[in-house]
Ligand binder design. Structure first.
Ligand SMILES: [Zn+2]
Length: 284
């Protein structure tokens, strides 16, 4: 990254009145979460599925909750445990520090279902989880429209990736329930919670559209471009600039800024430059 680009990123962050944080799967990598990109990444994280010859999209379908719920919860129970046990990396705190220092407002948009922003102390009411959250459950048969907290305990046999009994059930119809997240080929996802979050986000943008906005996008790839599109749309507002941090697909047109690196490295680089700037200001 050129000094000029870094200097601009520093200025934009120092002057921002509103932070829109947009995150894709790459955001979790620095916390030690597996990267499901391509079969290689997925099978590295889950060798059992490699042995079974199943890709991520073949594991992440609602069909398994009907045909083999122990197998289905083997996958989602393992991920629930993993996300509960993970500590969000320092980058989450760096952005929070910038927001607090500026006295700025913020909103988080994420395609991750892992709840890591809430875990890092971000406000549940400033969250738009576009694919839902693994920490909420719903009936697999949609016998009713309520969702509820995932407080279940999962024990997984990591050789077979099957979950042990008891499996969580819908209290109304007694069928095994499922996480409230959008899967592949999914016609049963209850999207009311995500829709309400989307409405809050749109309302937030409307109220803040004239202020100085920085969009910080991290680890959002082109394969499922939902997050990138939201970043670019928000970056199209009058006083809004996107900082796209991505090690593989960093491209974005000027005046937006791209950084070819992982989330934590990029955020630290900017934060170090801000600190350096402040030291210089003090000396002056
Ligand atoms: Zn039910």
């Amino acid at each position: 990254m050129t000094n000029d680009k870094l200097h601009r990123a520093v200025q934009i962050i120092k002057e921002a009145e509103v932070f829109i944080i947009t995150a894709g799967a790459g955001m979790g990598v620095d916390s030690g979460l597996p990267d499901f990109r391509g079969n290689h990444g997925f099978w590295n994280a889950y060798p059992a599925y490699n042995r079974l010859g199943l890709s991520f999209s073949e594991c992440a379908t609602p069909m398994h909750f009907i045909k083999d719920p122990h197998f289905a919860w083997g996958f989602y129970g393992h991920r629930t445990n993993l996300y509960r046990d993970t500590t969000p990396h320092e980058g989450f705190q760096i952005i929070k520090k910038w927001i607090e220092r500026n006295g700025a407002d913020y909103f988080v948009v994420t395609s991750n279902v892992d709840g890591q922003f809430q875990k890092a102390g971000y406000d549940e009411d400033r969250m738009y989880e576009v694919h839902g959250s693994i920490h909420w459950l719903q009936c697999q048969a949609r016998c009713h429209d309520k969702i509820w907290h995932n407080d279940e305990v999962f024990r997984i046999d990591e050789t077979t990736m099957h979950a042990g009994d008891p499996l969580p059930e819908c209290k109304v119809c007694g069928k095994v329930c499922r996480p409230n997240i959008l899967m592949f080929g999914d016609y049963a996802w209850l999207h009311d919670r995500t829709l309400a979050q989307n409405n809050s986000f749109n309302q937030f943008l409307k109220q803040n559209s004239c202020r100085r906005i920085v969009v910080i996008e991290m680890g959002a790839g082109e394969a499922i471009p939902t997050i990138r599109k939201i970043s670019e749309r928000t970056g199209g507002l009058e006083h809004s600039t996107v900082i796209r941090i991505n090690p593989r697909e960093p491209r974005i047109s000027s005046p937006h800024i791209s950084m070819t690196c992982g989330a934590l490295v990029g955020l630290k680089q900017i934060d170090d430059a801000i600190s350096f700037d402040q030291v210089n200001e003090t000396l002056v």
